[in-house]
Design a protein around this ligand. Structure first.
Ligand SMILES: [Zn+2]
Length: 112
């Protein structure tokens, strides 16, 4: 299951601010697979104040937080929608860390 905080400030409706996580620090951050930019918190709509490469936040790759992970971090209010896995798996599979944590939702992806 993917969770999105809404449209990307860089590519707007073509992107998604996906909730992702550094599996090492377990810190949740936001990543747009369409443009490859990452944010520590969801930027206000159509406002571009900072852009970082994903490697800044998760140098070894990412995993995907579950809804309970997001709730545990108090970030559930930022969830705007839940995109289909199929919509972004093509862009995520290269940076997903596999077998990092048994309770991630990686098994919901059909990795090709
Ligand atoms: Zn984007």
């Amino acid at each position: 299951m993917l969770y999105s905080a809404g449209d990307c400030p860089v590519c707007s409706r073509a992107g998604d601010l996906l909730f992702v996580r550094d599996p090492i620090t377990r810190r949740i951050f936001f990543y747009c697979p369409a443009c490859g930019c990452a944010w520590t918190s969801p930027p206000p709509p159509h406002t571009l104040d900072s852009i970082e490469a994903i490697g800044v936040y998760a140098p070894k790759g990412i995993d995907l937080p579950t809804l309970s992970d997001i709730v545990a971090n108090g970030m559930e209010a930022a969830i705007e929608r839940s995109p289909d896995d199929e919509e972004w798996v093509w862009a995520l599979e290269e940076i997903l860390m596999i077998n990092v944590d048994a309770d991630t939702t990686l098994d919901t992806f059909s990795l090709r």
